[in-house]
Design a protein around this ligand. Structure first.
Ligand code: SF4
Ligand code: SF4
Length: 401
C-alpha cells in the first residue's frame, strides 16, 4: 500500500537505515486500548493491553518460565502482578510444567493464565515436519502437559517452533488442535516462531485458525522491519501478539544489551505488541520487569543507549537461515547457534543439551571440513561455535540438571 509515493515498508526501511538499524515510534502510535490497572496491595499500577480479540487483558510483561525452575520466583511473579506463565512441553524435559503446576495448585483458576507449546519432529535444516509429526503424537504430548501442570486446560496452546509456511498449515497439527479445542483442553490457538518469522506470521493470519502469535522481536534483528510489518498485519486482523527474545540473548549477558529495560520498552513501543514474556531468572530481574510494566516509555538516555547498541555487531544468530544452503553437511546451524546462546547467555545447559541431542547430528560435526565455506550474515565464526557447543553431548544429563 503506497501513500505519497512511499509504501509503509519503504518508509520503515528508510527510517531504519537512518537510525543505523534502530527506530523509535512517535507518541501518536500509542495503543488506544491501553489501561493502567492497580495490583491489589502492591501500590503498583501496571500497564495492560488487550490480547487481540481473545478478550484477555494482560500486563505488558509476563513471565517466560523456560529458564526458571524456582517456584518461589514464579510465585513472586504472580503475586506481583504477572498473569501469564509461558512454558512448553519440551522445557526442562517436562520439569518446567511440573514446577508451574506446583505453584498454581490451590490458586483460583481465573487468577492466572498459562500458555504452553507442543512441538513435533522436524527436519531442522528445512523446517519441514518428518514422519513422526502426527495428530496422535501432538495430542499425546498435550495430555501429558496438562497432567504435569495439574489443570484441565491451558489458556493458550501454541503450535511450537514453526519456521515455514508449509509447517504452519501442517494438517495433523491443525486437526489435533481443532479436536483438543473442542474437548476444552485449551482456549486460544497460538503459533510460535523464532526463525523466518514474517513468512510464518503472514501464513498464520491467512489460515484464520490461529488467535495468538508468539514471535521473536527485538531491535537487533536484521529483518526487524519485515517482522514489524507482519506483526502489524496480524494485530490488525485481530490476533493477539506476544513478543519473545526482546532482550536478544537474555538478561544475563550482555555486552551488546546493557539496558534490558530499554530493550523491553523498545518492543512495547510497538502498539501492535500486546505483551512480552522475557525469561527472567532472578528477583532483581523481576523488579526490572515490574518497573517497565509501570512505565513503558523510553527516556532519552535509554534511546541513546539503544542506538549505541544497535550499531554493535550482533552477538547472536539472527535466524536468517542464510547459512543453511552453505554447509556441506547440511547442519542445522541456526539451531546450533541457539543452543550456543542457551549455554553462554541463558546458562541453561539442560535446554542446550536437549536441543543439541534432538538434532540428530553426525558424531564429528564440523570435524571433517578443512575449510568452512559458511559465511554467516552476522559474521559469526560458525565452525568454532559448533565445535564448542556439540561437546555438550558428552556431558551426562545428571551433571547438568
Ligand atoms: S565446518 Fe561445519 S558448518 Fe562449516 S561446512 Fe563443515 S560441517 Fe558445515
Ligand atoms: S547466517 Fe548467521 S545469523 Fe543467519 S541463521 Fe546462519 S548463523 Fe544465524
Amino acid at each position: 500500500m503506497k501513500k505519497d509515493g512511499v509504501g509503509r515498508r519503504d518508509f520503515m526501511k528508510t527510517t531504519l537505515a537512518g537510525f543505523g538499524g534502530l527506530f523509535f515510534l512517535s507518541a501518536l502510535d500509542k495503543q488506544p486500548e491501553e489501561k493502567r490497572i492497580d495490583v491489589k496491595g502492591k501500590g503498583r499500577k501496571l500497564v495492560y493491553r488487550p490480547l487481540g480479540r481473545t478478550g484477555l487483558k494482560l500486563p505488558v510483561i509476563n513471565m517466560g518460565v523456560m529458564n526458571s525452575d524456582n517456584p518461589n520466583l514464579i510465585r513472586a511473579a504472580l503475586d506481583s502482578g504477572v498473569v501469564l506463565l509461558d512454558t512448553a512441553h519440551a522445557y526442562m524435559q517436562g520439569r518446567n510444567e511440573e514446577v508451574i503446576g506446583s505453584v498454581v495448585k490451590g490458586r483460583p483458576r481465573d487468577s492466572y493464565l498459562i500458555g504452553s507449546k507442543v512441538s513435533l519432529p522436524q527436519d531442522r535444516t528445512t523446517g519441514r515436519y518428518t514422519e513422526g509429526a502426527t495428530e496422535t503424537e501432538f495430542l499425546r504430548k498435550l495430555d501429558l502437559s496438562l497432567k504435569r501442570l495439574g489443570i484441565d486446560h491451558v489458556d493458550i496452546l501454541y503450535h511450537h517452533g514453526v519456521s515455514r509456511k508449509e509447517s504452519v498449515l501442517h494438517e495433523p497439527v491443525l486437526n489435533a488442535m481443532a479436536k483438543a479445542k473442542k474437548a476444552g483442553k485449551f482456549r486460544f490457538a497460538g503459533i510460535t516462531t523464532h526463525s523466518n518469522e514474517p513468512e510464518v506470521i503472514h501464513a498464520a493470519v491467512d489460515t484464520k485458525f490461529y488467535e495468538v502469535i508468539l514471535t521473536a522481536y527485538n531491535y537487533q534483528q536484521k529483518h526487524v522491519a519485515d517482522v514489524r510489518d507482519a506483526i502489524a498485519r496480524a494485530a490488525q486482523a485481530g490476533l493477539g501478539i506476544v513478543g519473545m527474545k526482546a532482550i536478544r540473548g537474555g538478561f544475563r549477558l550482555s555486552p551488546s544489551v546493557r539496558s534490558p529495560a530499554a530493550a523491553l520498552k523498545w518492543v512495547l513501543q510497538d502498539p501492535h505488541v500486546h505483551t512480552i514474556v522475557p525469561g527472567f531468572t532472578t528477583f532483581d530481574q523481576l523488579e526490572t520487569d515490574l518497573a517497565v510494566m509501570e512505565d513503558i516509555n523510553l527516556n532519552e538516555a535509554e534511546k541513546m543507549e539503544l542506538q549505541k547498541e544497535a550499531s554493535l555487531p550482533g552477538l547472536y544468530c539472527q535466524g536468517c537461515r542464510e547459512c543453511l544452503g552453505q554447509c556441506v553437511a547440511r547442519l542445522p546451524i541456526p539451531d546450533l547457534m541457539r543452543a550456543y546462546m542457551y549455554v553462554y547467555d541463558y546458562r541453561n545447559l539442560a535446554m542446550a543439551r536437549d536441543l543439541v541431542l534432538s538434532l540428530g547430528l553426525p558424531s564429528g560435526a564440523c570435524g571433517e571440513c578443512t575449510v568452512c565455506p559458511v559465511r554467516c550474515s552476522s559474521g559469526f565464526p560458525v565452525r568454532e561455535k559448533i565445535r564448542d557447543i556439540v561437546r555438550i553431548r558428552e556431558i551426562p544429563a545428571e551433571f547438568i540438571a
